[in-house]
Design a protein around this ligand. Sequence first.
Ligand SMILES: *[C@@H]1O[C@H](CO)[C@@H](O)[C@H](O)[C@H]1NC(C)=O
Ligand SMILES: *[C@@H]1O[C@H](CO)[C@@H](O)[C@H](O)[C@H]1NC(C)=O
Length: 237
Amino acid sequence: MLATLLLLSLSLPTLWTQILISCAYKSLCQQALLSGNDVVLQCDHPKALWYYSSILEEEPLLVSSMPNIKKLPGGSLQLTNPQPSQTGLYHCQDNESALVVDYELDFQDVTTLHITHKGLGQKPLQNETLKLGTSVLIFTQWEPWQDCNRCEKPGERKRLGYCYIEEPLEKPMPCWLYLRVEKVKDSRMRPEMQVEACLVPCDHFKEINQPYFIFDIYQLGKLTNIWLTCPLASIYR
Ligand SMILES: *[C@@H]1O[C@H](CO)[C@@H](O)[C@H](O)[C@H]1NC(C)=O
Ligand SMILES: *[C@@H]1O[C@H](CO)[C@@H](O)[C@H](O)[C@H]1NC(C)=O
């Protein structure tokens, strides 16, 4: 039984389990993400060349020089444990220097994540105005609720929210992409996570199509201070 499970899990293509960020061909997509959580940036060109420019407007550099970034065979880019300092523009071009896709990413600091549980009456962060020449609004842009973690039994689900800034009559932007070189310290400028109770029916197709990975078994109780790492888990799903 165990051997079968192992074989099954190892035969899953690795990309299937990664969080894939995608954007239309020749477009620029702006997105907020969380630091410390792996993502793959899609660029379907086998001879893709990736450049990165930070928000400090330094010269673009080839990403092959960055230790936690790897180009995958199809051209996409894998970022392992991205840091807030890696906020900036990720530019993918083909072998003839033509744009394939641009990602402007704001890796918001996961260590400042504001976590609240609806069922405990905890409130998410309030909107706040900030004076920066003009007066701007800081607010949380919420993603949709993720799947419930159980079915046919009471469970929980979560959603992520990112720090955004809105100038009157302008499209809101992720906070650190808006601020660029401007140094602003404000305790409202944090990403958020909200949890709530849920109760959903079971969808059997979904139940048997989850990625999993078993690599060891310990008897709990004999160990003190254990740290469980779930290698294929992601805060994004
Ligand atoms: C770029 O790659 C394509 C095929 O992938 C090839 O036809 C083209 O000649 C290449 N261009 C250059 C400048 O190497
Ligand atoms: C906070 O600001 C956002 C963006 O303008 C808006 O969508 C939202 O309704 C506001 N929330 C509250 C509680 O005022």
